[in-house]
Design a protein around this ligand. Structure first.
Ligand code: KIV
Ligand code: ZN
Length: 527
């Protein structure tokens, strides 16, 4: 907290831990690093980078973020066991400001059915966990999991024990999204009143969205004295997700008079960060999503449009530019120069170094040769694909598809492997995309199960670019690939090839790609 500013609410981002536990949202190490860097730019105070004991992949990404991302506190999650805590410490210890976050369930349901532990055992285990973490790291957070369904008296006892054992942050999770705003602010007020030494620790709130109240419950906890909010970009997370960072931050900012607090978030970077996470996880931002959805600042009815023309504040409580939606849809084309392009990229909230800008500008020029007008969505897609484009081993050299209604479609692909081999295959299928996917499987010898294939337009006009998202399963794990081009069949094929490359790289490293198992599931298996 700048350290003792009583009105500063810390933003603890758990996109890379709780968010990544959301089905189909797992990320590779490189993707996690990109997100972590974007979160640091956004101004979050804490990044929960993962659950290091969950898998080798998780440990590696937490460790890479700890070593490479500067600014926010970097936190690793651990259960109250020595193995978990020591592993978490080994992953975060190189951070500028490391934190260990230990948790243990406290509710009667979890005590009885999950842990088979009595109340005194819970307290003893929590104290041992916090003490061990504290012996390694000054900054220790403790979470009584399922706090909102824990008897208030027992919850107070556990929190007291954790504070006495040295916890510096007490996080109170609504693990199953069960609480209500009034109930939760009372819980915080109660804990702050009855726990000795409460003034020395930061109370934190962590809400899930099962009843659609995660943001409201988090804000209510702030009114009850919480000064850290745990949240995720786009609200991704287990089941219905977590408290959405962009919504809670904008509520605090827009209704400052009500909440009387502020955050350190650079709100103009909200939209670019949300778009980045959406593109990496393949989870689209719903059109009507508060704050960042496509419709959030669109006005359809005549009365609203009329009001907006008179004065934007008639129907807008936030300015689009405050959340990084500076969309003018100023059209760029092949005659636009580097300077105009650079300005537009900047206005869209991206910060690129010279080399990156050069690479995107080259692609912009190539795209402008194929597409008359380039809109904001096109530029965003070019920037967002900058680091994620497939680096092989398989590269698409040629693609030819043919289809006629009522007959099988055909596809011919020629792929080149980075070992120098060129393979050409020709197949038929149910439509050109299916035929091309089969041709790639045949050429690479990798058979996957297609789970999802989606295409959406990223900009406007008949020649709009199509973003394809392919989700497949291979060896029990989910892999995703995305691609953007003006030809939707080519987009699909490139996205599919990206997935095949991930599988191939995983086979080469013996890990069949990223470890895509949910950390929670891995951890549960280990309990
Ligand atoms: O929802 C939850 O209880 C959690 C804890 C590990 C903080 O994610
Ligand atoms: Zn959670």
């Amino acid at each position: 907290m700048s350290e003792r500013d009583p009105n500063r609410v810390l933003i603890f981002d758990t996109t890379l831990r709780d968010g990544e536990q959301s089905p189909g949202c797992s990320m590779t190490l490189d993707e996690k690093l990109r997100v972590a860097r974007a979160l640091a730019e956004l101004g979050v105070d804490v990044i929960e980078a993962g659950f290091p004991i969950a898998s080798r992949g998780d440990w590696e990404s937490v460790n890479a973020i700890a070593k490479q991302v500067r600014g926010p506190v970097i936190c690793g999650l651990a259960r109250c066991s020595s193995g978990d805590i020591e592993t978490a410490w080994s992953a975060v210890k190189d951070a500028e400001r490391p934190r260990i976050h230990v948790f243990l369930a406290t509710s009667a349901i979890h005590r009885e059915h999950k842990l088979n532990m009595a109340k005194d055992e819970i307290i003893r285990t929590a104290v041992e966990g916090v003490r061990l973490a504290k012996s390694l790291c000054e900054d220790v957070e403790f979470s009584p999991e399922d706090a909102s369904r824990t008897e208030l008296e027992f919850l107070t006892e556990v929190v007291q024990a954790a504070v006495d054992a040295g916890a510096t942050t007490i996080n109170v999770p609504d693990t199953v999204g069960y609480t209500t705003p009034q109930e939760f602010s009372e819980t915080f007020a109660h804990l702050r009143k009855h726990v000795r030494g409460a003034e020395k620790v930061v109370f934190s709130v962590h809400c899930h969205n099962d009843l659609g109240m995660a943001v409201a419950n988090s804000l209510s906890a702030v009114l009850g004295g919480a000064r850290q909010i745990e949240c995720t970009i786009n609200g991704i997370g287990e089941r219905a997700g977590n408290c959405s960072l962009e919504e809670v931050v904008m509520a605090i900012r827009t209704r400052e008079q009500v909440f009387g607090v502020h955050t350190g978030i650079h709100s103009q970077k909200l939209f670019p960060t949300c778009r980045l996470v959406s593109s990496i996880t393949g989870m689209p931002i719903p059109r009507n999503k508060a704050v960042t959805g496509e419709n959030a600042f669109a006005h359809e009815s005549g009365i609203h449009q009329h009001g907006m023309l008179r004065h934007a504040s008639t129907y807008e409580i936030m300015r689009p530019k405050d959340v990084g939606l500076s969309r003018t849809n100023l059209v760029l084309g092949k005659h636009s120069g580097r300077h105009a392009f650079r300005e537009r990229v900047k206005e869209l909230g991206f910060e690129l170094d010279e080399a990156e800008l050069n690479r995107v500008f080259e692609r912009f020029k190539a795209l402008a040769d194929r597409k008359k007008e380039l809109f904001d969505g096109d530029i965003e897609a070019l920037v967002l694909k900058l680091d994620t484009e497939s680096g092989g081993p398989w590269f698409l050299e040629e693609l030819e598809t043919g289809s006629r209604a009522g007959t099988d479609a055909t596809a011919r692909v020629r792929l080149k492997n980075s070992d120098g081999r060129t393979v050409e295959t020709k197949t038929t299928g149910d439509g050109p995309v299916d035929a091309a996917f089969k041709a790639i499987e045949e050429a690479t010898g990798i058979q996957v199960t297609l789970r999802k294939f989606e295409v959406r337009s990223v900009s406007e006009g008949e020649d709009a670019q199509g973003e394809a998202l392919v989700t497949v399963e291979y060896a029990g794990r989910t892999h995703r690939g995305t691609s953007v081009t003006t030809d939707i069949v080519e987009s699909g094929v490139r996205a599919f090839l990206e997935v095949i490359n991930r599988v191939e790289l995983g086979r080469q490293t013996g890990r069949a790609g990223t470890d895509n198992r949910s950390p929670a599931r891995v951890a549960q298996a280990a309990v």
